[in-house]
Design a protein around this ligand. Structure first.
Ligand code: DX5
Ligand code: ZN
Length: 224
């Protein structure tokens, strides 16, 4: 076992690599997704409304056109998420992650996602504390800790969010804890050490000369 691997705390849930498909070629969507399949545990689908975040991306209509064997985790960076979760479930989302800052009734919205047959995730922005989601943690399948302000790919990782991962992992040894934003083979080990097991990576994988090699390096960096 490598020295780095020894320093990781024991985390039961399996390591998962989730390329963020924000940077795929939407003109040749399914072909591009196919090229990522062999090294992806999940596809992280960034949905932005130009309101909750200062950027627009795709909606359920595009998700519906994604034909892939890899489960889709839709990260909804949108206001009024409850109005849209059904459309994403119908479009084939395997998991739907909503923001605590955007939901007026988090518990109800999470229950709605589960009633639609999807896994439910909750996300918090870098400045939001764990106390905001404490009550729903027993109800969710995953937590997504933002390590950049949501809205854009290619930003620098914010290490100050790491204590939030530790705080959640100490109470929930089996929960999928994902980290999103600025993930590379240098920053992912910090999140892994804190207790994260799902690594969302946009630029690091999609902008690499060899995305497969980058994903493999990322997986190796977290001992997965
Ligand atoms: C940011 C998105 C991220 C983003 C990650 O708002 O939620 O998923 O695509 O991109 P990188 O890995 O480039 O920071
Ligand atoms: Zn995301």
């Amino acid at each position: 076992m490598s020295k780095t691997a020894i320093s990781f705390r024991t985390v039961k849930p399996k390591v998962k690599i989730a390329p963020s498909v924000l940077g795929v070629d939407y003109g040749d969507l399914n072909h591009h997704l196919q090229q990522l399949e062999s090294f992806s545990d999940l596809f992280h689908v960034d949905v932005m409304d130009g309101n909750f975040v200062p950027n627009l991306s795709i909606g359920a209509m595009v998700v519906d056109k994604m034909k892939t064997t890899v489960p889709l985790d839709c990260h909804l960076m949108i206001n009024h998420p409850h109005e849209y979760v059904e459309a994403f479930a119908k479009a084939g989302a395997h998991a739907i992650t909503i923001h605590a800052e955007a939901s007026k009734n988090l518990k109800e919205d999470i229950e709605k996602i589960r009633s639609l047959g999807c896994l439910a995730g909750v996300s918090i922005n870098p400045k939001t504390s764990v106390s905001k989601i404490e009550k729903v943690l027993p109800l969710v399948d995953s937590v997504l800790i933002m390590s950049v302000e949501p809205g854009f790919g290619g930003q620098a990782f914010m290490p100050e969010v790491l204590p939030k991962i530790r705080e959640i992992r100490d109470k929930y040894p089996d929960l999928d804890i994902a980290i999103d934003g600025g993930i590379t083979d240098k920053t992912a080990p910090l999140a892994r050490e804190a207790g994260a097991n799902v690594f969302v990576a946009g630029s690091y994988i999609l902008k690499a000369d060899d995305p497969k090699e980058a994903a493999e390096l990322l997986r190796k960096s977290v001992g997965g």
